[in-house]
Ligand binder design. Structure first.
Ligand SMILES: O=C(O)/C=C/C(=O)CC(=O)CC(=O)O
Ligand SMILES: [Ca+2]
Ligand SMILES: [Mg+2]
Length: 428
């Protein structure tokens, strides 16, 4: 059955710019602090933020079984744990309330004063309390590029890669929303030609263009999630910047994988776009190069999504420079395969877990999802509009990632994840 909230013909009585990421067909979920210092769950149409806690108290969700305080929370975890049926009913109701043909709230000035906020009146928070954060490594182009640079160009893709959605466990304590600046990390590195490491600021701070999915309570300890059921347990997607210190990474990662090179910060966009909203943008996943084991084989619906992705660097006081254009559809392993693999050993997944896709590099050099690849380890620096060059990210640069889908005149997007890199932390 088509989802009512996805009706492409629906318009809203709230103003929506033509190129907005947030038409009434999107209806993402997030958490924000209001002008009155109240934390609430909300959604967004155009440039208007909508307080769902207030909307619920005023009775606009009557008939949907929801607890009174479901939206009066500082995270979406409980709402997500209520399951897909509830997410759908709430999203459909929001679409009805804000439909151009519905005058109820539109003509109620006092209700609108309580429910609607301009974006400059709110402060976006992390949308979920993240219990566990996992990062995959699912772009064949990225894995090949990094394998070429870090290891052996003749055997760039390691033998397991075409059989396993490779991943590592990250650290949730340093996941931050868009807008929170990050300090350049310090650590151990092995200078070129040296035999002993040195300690100091990382010289090779990089971004990684990723998306991430957020789960609901999915399975009990010991219980795998079948690959074709995986999407039932995925609430939605965000943009993710997996900040990476390449010099620290290269020295520390053998043999257990990334550690301090990756966990100093991971930035995400604050609005979670639901899988339901992304339904019209499904595409086939890349053809498997090698046969996949049965637990990873998907059937039925297409399991990848056509999401345009862009990365810009903005030096302090200067213009934005777009350095990468990629697409989520390039991922060799899709989100269903990632979740099936993650749980095949019986590992439980909880509401609010964050699963990074891995760096999303495409086939062409302008679609590589990190500076490491775009400048090929710094060999081909990128020229910026202000006349300076970048091999990696400089202090006081801001890295901005954006993502959107577009089809048949409807566009829905993720907004942005924007993060400034500050110099090394100094105690005042
Ligand atoms: O190939 C390696 O040794 C590591 C590559 C990465 O930087 C991996 C990573 O964080 C996963 C990813 O983003 O694809
Ligand atoms: Ca990564
Ligand atoms: Mg990181």
């Amino acid at each position: 059955m088509p989802l009512s909230a996805n009706n492409p013909d629906r318009t809203s009585w709230l103003h929506v710019d033509k190129n907005s990421d947030f038409p009434i067909q999107n209806i993402p979920f997030g958490v924000f602090l209001t002008r009155d210092d109240i934390i609430t769950i909300g959604t967004r149409i155009g440039d208007t933020a909508i307080d769902l806690g207030a909307l619920h108290q005023l009775g606009y969700f009557d008939g949907i079984p929801l607890t009174d305080d479901i939206f009066l929370q500082d995270s979406l975890n409980d709402f997500i744990a209520d399951g897909r049926k509830t997410w759908r009913a709430v999203r459909d109701r929001i679409a009805e309330v804000f439909d151009s043909n519905n005058d109820t709230l539109k003509h109620n000035k006092s209700h609108k004063e309580i429910v609607l906020f301009r974006l400059d009146e709110i402060e976006m928070q992390l949308p979920v309390q993240i219990g566990d954060y996992t990062d995959f490594y699912s772009s064949m182009e990225h894995a090949t590029n990094v394998g070429t640079m870090f290891r052996d160009p003749d055997n760039a893709l390691l033998p397991n890669w075409l059989h396993i959605p490779v991943g590592y466990h990250g650290r949730s304590s340093s996941v931050i929303p868009s807008g929170i600046p990050v300090h350049r990390p310090q650590g151990q590195t092995l200078p070129n030609g040296a035999t002993e490491p040195v300690f100091g600021p990382s010289k090779l701070v990089d971004f990684e263009l990723e998306m991430a999915f957020i789960t609901t309570d999915a399975n009990d300890l010991g219980e795998p999630i079948p690959v074709d059921e995986a999407e039932e347990y995925i609430f939605g997607l965000v943009l993710l910047n997996d900040w990476s210190a390449r010099d620290i990474q290269k020295w520390e990662y053998v043999p257990l994988g990334p550690f301090l090179a990756k966990n100093f910060a991971t930035s995400i966009s604050p609005w979670i776009v639901t899988l339901d909203a992304l339904e019209p943008y499904r595409v086939e996943s890349p053809k498997p190069v090698k046969p996949q084991l049965p637990y990873l084989k998907t059937t039925g619906k297409k399991k990848s999504f056509d999401i345009n992705l862009e990365v810009s660097i903005q030096p302090e006081g200067s213009k934005e420079n777009m350095v990468c254009k990629s697409n989520f559809k390039y991922m060799y392993w899709n989100i269903s395969q990632q979740l099936a693999h993650h749980t095949i050993n019986g590992c439980p997944v909880n509401s609010g877990d964050l699963m990074g896709s891995g760096t999303i590099s495409g086939p062409t050099p302008d679609s590589y999802g990190s500076m490491l690849e775009l400048t090929w380890r710094g060999e081909n620096p990128i020229k910026l509009k202000d006349g300076t060059e970048r091999k990696f990210i400089n202090d006081n640069d801001t890295v901005i990632m954006r993502g959107y889908c577009e089809k048949d005149g409807t566009r829905i997007g993720f907004g942005e994840v924007s993060t400034k890199l500050l110099p090394v932390f100094k105690k005042k």
